[in-house]
Design a protein around this ligand. Structure first.
Ligand code: SF4
Length: 349
């Protein structure tokens, strides 16, 4: 079974999803990151989303039909006999829907239905002095006081004529309608943008970049494109917010992680810790569970020891300062071809 790779799953390891947990309920973040309570961090929803994303990104990256279907299948790492919760079944989340989504996307993509992807090719970035395709890249940022931020970038495209980068974010939803507000201010792609600046050393390109959310609706089998432009200011704000997040995490570590009771019931089910771990003291939990120290492999997790890119916070801050100077001196353009791009994209589907 393929496994997920994580660099740091202790309480000093942040990622987009762990940041969300920290914001929603610091106590849940503490339980997840300090005590080995969960043997398996997977679910039908997680595997399904991963499989759809893998199938679609493989098609955009130029793989054959057969290769895309196999990639989709291999990315579904959950037990296929587990049909999931009532909600997951109602939203049709399964390996089979993931394969149907991939098949549908490939056929429409090859028929030219997604014209907003015309002219875009897989970006190439510098890794250890060599150019590599920007597919499935892993990165780690060393923050402050031993905290890290890690991420996996599915796919980055480049448009040679427009000289722009575009991060593809592949999402799935069981909702019958999807609103752009769900993704517009999401910080997920901003982190990717900050590291792409460094990976690509993109002198000459517009300093802003595009994010294209492709949202697959499992009930209607529709793929909804949602494009956004992200500027240098967005990325600088993301770095500032990351530092604030670490400072908050340090305060929780010192004073205790608060419980956020309004999140005890969400997505139509109670929190998995509500009648158990959440109620126990940390001392009692330490006696029952092993610590999450990042050294032991779990059923569905292995330690990522060599991320494709490893940066420091200072490197990212220096790069953003450099970009801002270049924009102010007129050497780089902030938005480049963005308006034309947005108009073109929004005219589709
Ligand atoms: S039960 Fe509620 S307070 Fe406790 S960890 Fe879960 S969400 Fe947080």
């Amino acid at each position: 079974m393929a496994k997920l790779d994580y660099y740091n799953i202790t309480h000093t390891g942040l990622s987009y999803s762990r940041q969300l947990t920290l914001q929603n309920c610091p106590r849940k973040f503490e339980l997840d990151s300090k005590f080995a309570i969960k043997a398996n961090r997977e679910s039908v929803t997680f595997s399904y989303g991963h499989a759809v994303a893998m199938g679609i990104q493989s098609a955009i990256a130029g793989y054959s039909y057969e290769q895309c279907m196999v990639q989709c299948m291999l990315a579904y790492t959950h037990d296929i006999e587990d049909i999931g919760t009532d909600g997951e079944q109602a939203s049709k989340k399964s390996i089979w829907t993931a394969l149907v989504a991939t098949d549908l996307f490939i056929k429409r993509y090859q028929a030219g239905v997604y014209s907003y992807l015309d002219g875009w090719e897989v970006a190439r970035v510098m890794q250890d002095g060599k150019e590599v395709p920007a597919i499935e890249l892993t990165f780690v940022i060393d923050l402050i006081d031993g905290y890290t931020f890690e991420g996996h970038i599915d796919l980055v495209l480049y448009h040679p004529e427009k000289q722009r980068y575009m991060v593809i974010e592949l999402k799935t939803t069981g909702m019958s309608s999807v609103h752009e507000a769900t993704y517009k201010n999401s910080s997920q792609a901003l982190g990717y943008g900050a590291v792409i600046d460094l990976m690509a050393a993109n002198k000459g390109q517009a300093a802003s970049f595009d994010v294209l959310y492709l949202v697959f609706q499992s009930r209607s089998m529709n793929i909804v494109p949602m494009p956004f432009v992200k500027t240098t200011k967005h990325r600088a704000d993301w770095l500032r917010d990351l530092v604030v997040e670490v400072e908050k995490a340090k305060l929780y570590e010192h004073y205790g992680y608060p419980r956020q009771g309004q999140h005890c019931y969400s997505y139509f089910r109670p929190c998995e810790y509500i009648d158990s771990a959440c109620q126990y003291s940390d001392a009692a939990l330490s006696r029952i569970f092993k610590p999450v120290d990042g050294t032991t492999d779990e059923e569905s997790y292995t330690k990522l020891t060599n991320p494709d890119f490893h940066f420091t916070l200072d490197q990212l801050l220096d790069r953003q300062d450099e970009l801002i100077e270049q924009i102010e001196s007129g050497e780089e353009s902030e938005v480049g071809d963005a308006d034309l791009f947005m108009t073109t994209m929004l005219g589709d589907e």
